[in-house]
Design a protein around this ligand. Structure first.
Ligand code: HEC
Length: 393
């Protein structure tokens, strides 16, 4: 019953989290597009303090949008803020993290082969890491370093890579990735809460008081929002990375993450330059080449048969899966964390092994399966099973 409740909470919060995230990132993409598409307004609008306007058609109606240089003469009755998208994404994300990685720590957070932590130790390390790393970002962005864009970006990137490496030493591969994602998500939500919102409240206050808003608030909000912008693509990669064990399950998973993070933020740079009217398509070409290079470097090496060794027989292969996989991958798993075969994959007979041949190969070669090697599969069994799978039709 516990496993069943676990799965429903997991499903519900993941669903909610993705919906909120779509609303947040969607709104943010939309506003970037708006700013890019504003054109010089007619004189009568300029006289009202409007610096740009645009027309759009959507869902069977015309929309007229106008952006003010500073603010309207009089505050409108309703002003939409776009902050709950960010907060809801963070809240549902943190709940999902707690359900999956804290409640399900044995399955998802702890890897005894790396560090034999107790559930509470692992949770404590996770919380200390997230709050500590978040505090470092907040300190940096309030320090004079924020005036130096390039140095800031390099230091921030180096710290994130260091975090990915450190987490990889402590937690399971998947949890290491997820924690980098949770940190980036927290930084982004924090940027909204601690930077962008206060700046906007100050703007509203100044307009209401008929004062000239101070530029420094707007600048800091802009910097934080630029950081969020570069974070979006790497963050979304981490959100979907759990479908790709070849990334986090790789021997140097943290380096793969560093590479993908760099490439995707670099690709984002193309779109940001384009927003400013600078068109540099070579950036996208270089990003694509880097991605292909990464794929080539990551290609799994096939284990070779040693002198005089032969490929195991089918009953032997079935014996290994019975021993190391069946606890979870059977019609009714004996593992108390699963009520049905994970990913719908049952590995009980030859036909089933052949059916999932490619996915098994990938899961075995990356070391993703058995999950957290809970069933203590040996390297030799792994090699033998891979070699057996490879000679199957
Ligand atoms: C402790 C439970 C457990 C054990 C033992 C286990 N698995 Fe899994 N397996 C899972 C879970 C959970 C998933 C789904 C993971 C996810 O959602 O990414 C999974 C997914 C898979 C997948 C699908 C991966 C994909 O997305 O393509 C394959 C293939 C697989 N397992 C093979 C194996 C093999 C082979 C073994 C034995 C050597 C094994 N598993 C042992 C829990 C287990």
């Amino acid at each position: 019953m516990e496993a069943y409740i676990f799965e429903w909470l997991n499903l519900f919060f993941r669903w909610f989290h993705v919906i909120a995230g779509v609303a947040w990132i969607g709104a943010s993409f939309y506003f970037v597009w708006l700013d890019l598409s504003l054109r010089e307004p007619p004189q009568w609008k300029k006289d009202k303090g409007i610096k740009g306007d645009l027309w759009a058609i959507h869902g069977g109606g015309f929309y007229e949008v106008a952006k003010y240089q500073l603010g309207p003469e009089k505050m409108p009755q309703t002003l939409h803020w776009f902050k709950w998208e960010a907060y809801t994404t963070w809240l549902t994300g943190f709940t999902l993290l707690s359900v999956m990685y804290y409640w399900g720590a044995d399955q998802y957070l702890i890897d005894p082969a790396k560090m034999a932590l107790s559930q509470w130790q692992a949770i404590a390390i996770s919380l200390v890491f997230l709050t500590g790393a978040f505090a470092i970002y907040e300190t940096l962005i309030k320090s004079p370093l924020r005036a130096h864009n390039k140095s800031f970006a390099i230091i921030l990137y180096a710290l994130l890579v260091l975090a990915a490496w450190g987490l990889d030493q402590i937690f399971s591969d998947r949890a290491a990735y997820l924690h980098v994602g949770a940190l980036i998500g927290s930084i982004m939500a924090g940027n909204v809460f601690f930077g962008i919102m206060p700046a906007q409240r100050e703007l509203v206050r100044a307009v209401e008081a008929g004062e000239q808003p101070q530029a420094k608030f707007a600048e800091l909000a802009k910097l934080r929002s630029t950081h969020n912008n570069y974070f979006t693509l790497p963050l979304i990669f981490i959100m979907i990375s759990n479908h790709y064990p070849m990334t986090y399950g790789h021997e140097y998973g943290w380096l793969i993450l560093a590479a993908i993070g760099f490439i995707s933020a670099f690709a984002r740079h193309f779109f940001n330059l384009k927003t400013q009217g600078i068109f540099k398509p070579w950036i996208l070409v270089v990003a694509l080449i880097l991605m292909l290079g990464l794929a080539a470097v990551m290609a799994p090496r096939t284990p070779q048969l040693a002198q005089g060794e032969t490929v195991i027989t089918t009953p032997q292969a079935l014996h290994i899966t019975q021993l190391r996989c069946a606890e979870c991958h059977s019609e009714s798993p004996s593992s108390d964390m699963f009520t049905s075969a994970p990913a719908g994959i049952v590995l009980g007979n030859e036909v089933q092994l052949l059916q999932y041949k490619d996915r098994m190969l990938s899961a075995l070669q990356t070391g993703y399966m058995p999950l957290a090697n809970i069933t203590a599969m040996t390297d030799s069994e792994r090699t033998q099973l891979i070699l057996w799978l490879q000679v199957q039709p």
